[in-house]
Design a protein around this ligand. Sequence first.
Ligand SMILES: Cc1cc2nc3c(=O)[nH]c(=O)nc-3n(C[C@H](O)[C@H](O)[C@H](O)COP(=O)(O)O)c2cc1C
Length: 335
Amino acid sequence: MPPTVPALTIGAHEIWPPVVLAPMSGVTNRTMRALYKPFGFGLTVTEFVSSNALKYGSKRTMEMIDQHGIESPVSTQLWGDDPATMAAAARVVRECGADIVDINFGCPAPKVVKTNGGSACLRDVQRCEEIMRAVVDAVDCPVTMKMRLGWTESDLVYIDVAKRAQAVGVQAVTLHARTARQFYRGEANWDHIARLKDALDIPVIGNGDLDDARVAVDRMRATGVDAIMLGRATLGNPWLVSQIRDLLEGREMQATPTPADRLRFCMVHYRTMVDELGEARAVPQMRKHVALYLKGIPGAAVLRERIMRTPTADESLALIQGCIDRLESDASLAA
Ligand SMILES: Cc1cc2nc3c(=O)[nH]c(=O)nc-3n(C[C@H](O)[C@H](O)[C@H](O)COP(=O)(O)O)c2cc1C
């Protein structure tokens, strides 16, 4: 079947499907991105990395930006408010294997905005422009930018900032269609995404609240965006992305796997995290993932509660296996 929309082009990268895994701090580490990408993400983005922290090069920071040969293409996201520091950080992440450098003008978290980073940059559009120009000039790969609509509803600067981005050589813009002050309240307003698409020549990636394959593809067509980005709804449900890929490739959409099969994949995710990060780091990180894989599974509340308190990987995996066994025996009794 022929694709129903064009590939997303960023510099020399032809990205198919035009579906991007949203950067999510504390979630989209290397292991998680590698596990989820095959479901149908054309592009993955790292967790955001502080440009200031890169000056000190801690082991954890370096681990976050080391991309050599793992995914292709991969975009490394940076945040900060100082153009020179952002430029220096961009050179480091490029050196460490980033195919694309993404600038964060979207994060509303207090620890970020108190140092004028993330969405706080949107309060000073001139500063945004200086940061983008410095980063574009610093690296020999495409630079992209991700932002919110503005700091508040009364100050929607997204078109102004995106036009400045285009003028200084940024090669794609992602819009999460909420203001910084909204955090995650209310709904993402896709009318703004359509407006941005009309205003720019460079690719626009639409983001916010996509949690259904048909709605996602309809939104893509209705707004004309070049790609969509998905975050929260894919956690514990990467099959959503395969469904979107099916629709974009003109196929019938595959069904979501059974709860038992979803939990089998959860066990693969768990074991891979333990292998790559070690048990001490993987167990607390996997608690939130397991809770998400359990979403909508009948009778899972008790298990979710127990996983939160279980200190070892073996015990957690045994609990998940127990749930799979129960689901399968219930299904065979019902058959
Ligand atoms: C836990 C979490 C961490 C996030 N971290 C980042 C980040 O590091 N960089 C960024 O640009 N956005 C970050 N975001 C925002 C997402 O990339 C995305 O814009 C937002 O969740 C809206 O998309 P969604 O409705 O598909 O989740 C984060 C979101 C969540 C839920």
